[in-house]
Design a protein. Structure first.
Length: 322
């Protein structure tokens, strides 16, 4: 692959060994203005730098930035974060920058006094109204400036929630790739097919986590779902979109295989698709053309402000996926 692919990972969830609300200390910001003709991060996904960890593949001659993220079942993610906080995790160094400033103590009061919240019960964790664990995935993916950042009095609560959810959905759609923790093998497949990269080892689906080991009654589960109502809606949306993208890639793979078999049988040589770039230069398939014509007739097309050159073109074929 010519140039460098820089993947900007948005930490919109955490696993049982995480708990990041910002880029980990081992990560560095992409240096878009330094030597090497680096490209700046696309501005159409605004203010997501708080949860980014870039890593690069290739040379430094040319850099292309791709936003990617992983989402997790909201209840499992919430329990995982509680367990992490219970063990003494804090986010004291997080600035929560938004529109060039940090929130005031009145806008974002602490949930506890002292150095950490270790030993907190699940009930205590759920009772804090300022707990950033609530709807964390939506908050980390959305453009908070649309709702006045952490100023809860900027707009009515119901309108604020709807704006954040729609912003998170849009930013998720506009990412080059996203995966789901509950579907590790499909996530690996989509990543490899999107960027034409191969992992050395197959992903493993671990269903036995600390979060899974928590015994909860139905009332507690329902309360967690209520506290994370936006995350639940986002995850349902993401799961549907994820399955559509996966099925499309499988159809495309079968089509490529048929073309290869046809070329092999007729003695032709060549590749059905250009592999120079994971996003640009690939031909649209007949599947996508039929999809778009059908959706155009049904009036499902929608416009996106994101530059299509920064999204896998296979995701642009069917606007109803957005």
């Amino acid at each position: 692959m010519p140039g460098t692919a820089v993947f900007l990972i948005v930490f919109a969830y955490q696993d049982d060994n995480a708990g990041q609300d910002k880029a980990p200390s081992s990560c560095s910001e992409p240096r878009g203005n330094r030597a090497g003709k680096s490209q700046p991060v696309k501005k159409s996904i605004p203010r997501l730098r708080q949860g980014l960890c870039p890593f690069q593949i290739g040379t430094k001659d040319e850099r292309k930035f791709y936003y990617i993220t992983l989402l997790r079942d909201p209840v499992s993610r919430y329990l995982s974060e509680w367990r992490h906080v219970q063990r003494g995790a804090t986010w004291k160094t997080s600035l929560h920058m938004c529109d060039g400033r940090t929130p005031t103590p009145e806008e974002l009061p602490p949930c506890y006094e002292g150095t950490d919240w270790s030993g907190c019960t699940l009930q205590q964790f759920m009772e804090c109204p300022y707990n950033l664990a609530n709807n964390r995935q939506v908050r980390m993916l959305a453009d908070l400036s649309l709702v006045g950042c952490y100023n809860m009095s900027f707009i009515p609560e119901k309108k604020r929630a709807q704006i954040l959810l729609e912003s998170a959905k849009k930013n998720l759609r506009d990412m080059a790739f996203f995966g789901l923790t509950e579907f590790q093998r499909k996530t690996q497949y989509l990543f490899e097919r999107t960027f034409h990269l191969k992992f050395i080892r197959p992903f493993v689906q671990y269903n036995s986590t600390r979060a899974a080991g928590v015994d909860l009654d139905n009332d507690t589960i329902q309360r967690i779902e209520e506290l994370n109502e936006l995350d639940v809606q986002l995850y349902d949306y993401a799961r549907d979109l994820f399955q559509q993208r996966y099925m499309y890639k499988r159809q495309l793979e079968r089509r490529e295989q048929r073309l290869k078999n046809l070329r092999r049988s007729t003695g032709s040589i060549g590749s059905p698709m250009s592999r120079d770039d994971p996003v640009e230069g690939r031909k649209k398939s007949s599947i996508s053309s039929r999809c778009c014509r059908q959706q155009a007739a049904e009036g499902h097309h929608s416009n996106s402000s994101l530059d299509n050159s920064h999204k896998p073109d296979s995701y642009n074929f069917c606007p109803s996926w957005k």
